[in-house]
Design a binder for this molecule. Structure first.
Ligand code: ZN
Length: 180
């Protein structure tokens, strides 16, 4: 079991060995990138996509889903970015939606009420959320972004990570969201 004392020890190593190199990091992701992924410990985007420190903002929730709560978080982060123009790169934004095989969402399929609350939809609308199929759910969530975000400098993609092989598949290639 990993305990807090262990974490504090590791932090001391981090301060001694790595922290000075990160001092110049901006609050804005250096890769102009945001990743939305699942909380599953097997699918940490930093590891499986090789993200460097400061490169991407990462939002993790159950399933890596674009829910109303995810959209609210993104809206708040946009305000934070606007409040901190230093270090912002004048390049398109990449939003990567990362779902995966063998997701715990599948175990939640029988719990209609819980899922309806999570997605803020009626139980009758849950079938459209594709909770048992990651290849379907990334498409569903990319479509939500296309409907919600009106920025020509915003690219959204849908990836599925296979937990049995470690391979990521680009199911929806980066596409620009429609203009307002
Ligand atoms: Zn998952």
């Amino acid at each position: 079991m990993t305990d807090v004392d262990e974490l504090v020890r590791r932090n001391a190593d981090f301060v001694a060995e790595e922290f000075p190199t990160g001092l110049s990091l901006s609050i804005n992701p250096t890769g102009n990138m945001m990743v939305v992924g699942c909380v599953d410990p097997r699918v940490d985007p930093s590891y499986i996509l090789g993200l460097k420190r400061g490169e991407a903002a990462v939002i993790r929730n159950v399933g890596g889903r674009i829910t109303p709560a995810t959209l609210r978080t993104m809206k708040m982060l946009r305000k934070v970015g606007q409040a901190n123009p230093d270090g912002k790169a004048d390049r398109p934004w990449n939003l990567v939606i990362l779902h995966h095989t063998d997701c715990g969402m599948t175990d939640l399929a029988p719990f209609d009420d819980l899922l309806a609350e999570y997605f803020e939809v009626s139980t009758a609308e849950l079938a459209a959320k594709s909770v048992s199929d990651p290849y379907g759910s990334v498409r569903v969530d990319v479509d939500i972004i296309h409907g919600e975000i009106r920025r020509p400098d915003f690219l959204v993609s849908g990836l599925v990570y296979d937990v049995s092989s470690g391979t990521v598949e680009v199911v929806v290639p980066p596409t620009a969201v429609p203009k307002a």
